[in-house]
Design a binder for this molecule. Sequence first.
Ligand SMILES: [Zn+2]
Length: 196
Amino acid sequence: MKYIDMNEFQDCKIPKLTVKNIVGNFKTVTRHRNLVRKYCFKMGLYWQGLTHDLSKYSPSEFWISARYYQGNRSPHAALREQFGFSPGWLHHKGRNKHHYEYWLDFKKNTPGNISPCKMPDRYIAEMVADRIAACRIYEGDKYTLSSPLAYYNKAPEANLLHPYTREKLEMFLHMIEEKGEDYTCNYIRHNFLHKK
Ligand SMILES: [Zn+2]
C-alpha cells in the first residue's frame, strides 16, 4: 500500500524511474547525511548525527524522490510545482524533529488555531547542521559562509517558527556568516547545548 498514490491525481505524468535517478537520489541523500553527521559530531550530537534523515531511505520518501531527482535542488520543489504538495515531504517532516514544521500543533486563539511549539535545543542545533549541509550540496562551488543565511532570508517563514526557535536559528545563521562553521559548531556544543 502506497503512502500517497500520486496516480489518484488527475492530469499527472509522473517521471519514470531510471537507474540514473535511483543512483543520483541515493548518492545525494548519502552525501547529505555524511555532511550533517560531520557537523552534528562537532556539536557533540552523536546519535542525531548517525540517524539524521534516515527516513529518506524509506519507500515512501525514496521512490518518489528518485522519480523527481534534480541534483541541484530538492525533488520536493518539483513535486510541489506539479501537484501543489510533495507527499515525500509530508512524510519526512512528520517524522524528523529537526524540521520546525514537525513542531506545528493546534493551539486555541491563534491564526488558524495552529501554532509553532518551542523546539528542543538539540533539534535546533541539528537544523543548523542540516541547513549548512543542504546549502553545501546544492550550491557546490558557489557555497559561501553567507549561503545558509541567504537561503533562510529568501523565504522567511517567520510565522511558522516559534519566537525562541527563530531567535536562535537567526543568531546561528549570522554567526556562520561572521565567524565561520567551526566557531558556530563549537559555540553550539559548549554554550548552547552545554556539552563537554
Ligand atoms: Zn530532514
